[in-house]
Design a protein around this ligand. Structure first.
Ligand SMILES: [Ca+2]
Length: 262
């Protein structure tokens, strides 16, 4: 009877493993991939000498077949001089790349919406990008605009700009049990935030909104606030209150009074 249970369990694990993707299906094992780290958002250029020094046989590669992959997607490229199918020593590759923020971290949480800081990764700020090539000549490319009549456009009175302020001062371990142990999974209120502040303390945060256009529509304000009070053994858990007015928001930490049991 015990053997029967064992066989059923093995079959179950086997079916489960084959039915799920591994996450590396994007790799074509007949191609070579050169990987490089990105730690800062921005526009990057890879020139002929850099490619040669990396050992990529660029003399044998049609630049139209060059492809860049990063953060789970193909990255649109601008390749100067690729139309002649030869990567000359004055040609180059340009692209926009982003470091690793918390774009994938929500998957580590029991509840994805519990992600505290979407701008700072729990693990690493380095994203690796992969350069490869094949014989296909219609990979993702930047659309080149040659519009010279910019004077015909009228200027806009305003535009929306995102101002972001985030902190990575202290790591909060999230929900604890009655014994103070942390959940092994990533849980509510777990992640990087400001230093903690206690009862009756005040915390001020300033967000720069340079060149504010007052005649425009209202701005949208969003804040992620976590509370990690675990003071129940002495005074009862603290509660956090967030208040916003037309001009500013403020946080209040107040004490929950525990009514003694009858
Ligand atoms: Ca060329």
């Amino acid at each position: 009877m015990r053997k029967s249970y064992f066989l059923i369990l093995l079959c179950s694990i086997s079916l489960s493993a084959f039915s799920q993707p591994y996450g590396n299906e994007w790799i074509n094992y007949s191609q070579k991939y050169f990987k490089f780290p990105i730690t800062k958002n921005g526009v990057y250029r890879i020139d002929y000498n850099t490619i040669m020094n990396a050992g990529i046989p660029i003399g044998n590669i049609d630049p139209r077949g060059i492809q860049l992959l990063g953060r789970g997607k193909e990255v649109p490229l601008y390749i100067q001089g690729e139309a002649d199918s030869v990567f000359d020593n004055t040609d180059f590759i340009e692209f926009y790349a982003k470091r690793n923020d918390a774009w994938l971290d929500s998957l580590a949480y029991d509840t994805p919406n519990s992600l505290v800081n979407p701008y700072y990764s729990l693990f690493n700020d380095t994203a690796y990008y992969f350069l490869t090539w094949d014989t296909i000549t219609n990979h993702s490319r930047m659309v080149v605009e040659n519009d010279v009549a910019t004077g015909l456009y009228s200027s806009q009175p305003y535009f929306f700009k995102e101002a972001i302020s985030y902190h990575k001062d202290e790591y909060f371990h999230g929900v604890t049990n009655l014994f103070g142990s942390y959940d092994p999974e990533f849980s509510d209120a777990e992640g990087w935030a400001t230093n903690s502040f206690g009862f009756n303390a005040t915390r001020l945060e300033f967000l720069s909104t340079k060149n504010l256009y007052l005649a425009g529509p209202n701005a949208l304000f969003k804040a992620n606030v976590i509370s990690s009070s675990d003071d129940v053994a002495f005074n009862g858990d603290n509660h956090l209150q967030v208040n916003c007015s037309q001009t500013h928001c403020y946080l209040i930490l107040f004490l929950m009074v525990i009514k003694p049991c009858d």
